[in-house]
Design a protein around this ligand. Structure first.
Ligand SMILES: C[S@@+](CC[C@H](N)C(=O)[O-])C[C@H]1O[C@@H](n2cnc3c(N)ncnc32)[C@H](O)[C@@H]1O
Length: 232
């Protein structure tokens, strides 16, 4: 059994199918909307960046280009090992096994936290927010990227897959925590129908994946996300 840090939220997409999740990551945001939106709020040149729930470390090299230091934290030891392999040639990157609720980092040691589709999904993530408050230096910022279920083709699909999801409750939660919302629209753009199908099948139950594939005959869809962010 692979080691998984306590408090991890089961993430069957990347835990069971990391290679397909890699295809998904490559398909996300081909226009490069997300990084400049974060940079405009709190640039990380010369800073220490924490990528929390970093998975196989897909985003670590991009942060390492400008940051002085990048730390990836990931509860699944097998994925953390993959992130280490990915960044082996980058001396300013380290990867630690750990979870948002008990970060393996000292107080006031990080300037920017990036969390993408990991643990911080709204109500229930208060223990992780307390840890962000502990590890972030004053003047730092936290960025949480998650689905906007109220808009776009992907948002509609997401609500079909998770009818109990309550976007208004999630928004109220983040507002209470002092986070602001920046709605952004990105795309999913795949190189082939086979890639599109493989990704839909790790994100949705089989019947829905087939329905969505039939609905969208091309290689791309529009995908609304929320960038939740706040300064510390
Ligand atoms: C959908 S994946 C996203 C991975 C990565 N952020 C990316 O964009 O490639 C969600 C990740 O969150 C991690 N995760 C689950 N529970 C967590 C927790 N409590 N603290 C930090 N990360 C967690 C999972 O192990 C998984 O790697």
């Amino acid at each position: 059994m692979v080691e998984i840090a306590p408090g991890a939220v089961p993430s069957p997409n990347i835990w069971n199918s990391p290679q397909v999740y890699e295809i998904e990551n490559r398909a996300v945001d081909p226009d490069g909307v997300l990084e400049p939106a974060m940079w405009a709020l709190r640039p990380w040149d010369g800073a220490t960046v924490l990528d929390l729930g970093c998975g196989t470390g897909f985003h670590l090299p991009a942060f390492a280009r400008k940051a002085a230091r990048v730390v990836g934290v990931e509860p699944h030891a097998g994925l953390a090992a993959a992130a280490r392999r990915r960044t082996a040639g980058l001396p300013n990157v380290t990867v630690r096994v750990g979870a948002a609720q008990a970060l393996p980092l000292p107080d006031s040691s990080v300037d920017v936290v990036h969390v993408r589709w990991a643990y911080f999904f709204g109500p229930g993530c208060e223990p992780g927010l307390a840890e962000l408050d502990r590890v972030l230096r004053r003047g730092g910022a936290a960025f949480v990227i998650d689905n906007d279920a109220t808009r776009s083709t992907f948002g509609r699909w997401f609500r079909r897959g998770l009818p109990s999801y309550d976007p208004a409750a999630v928004e109220r939660f983040w507002a209470r925590q002092g986070f602001r919302r920046e709605p952004l629209t990105i795309r999913w753009a795949f190189g082939s129908r086979a890639d599109f199908a493989a990704v839909l099948r790790i994100e949705f139950p089989e019947a829905l994946a087939e329905e969505f594939l039939a609905e969208e005959p091309g290689l791309e869809i529009d995908y609304a996300v929320n960038l939740w962010w706040r300064y510390y």
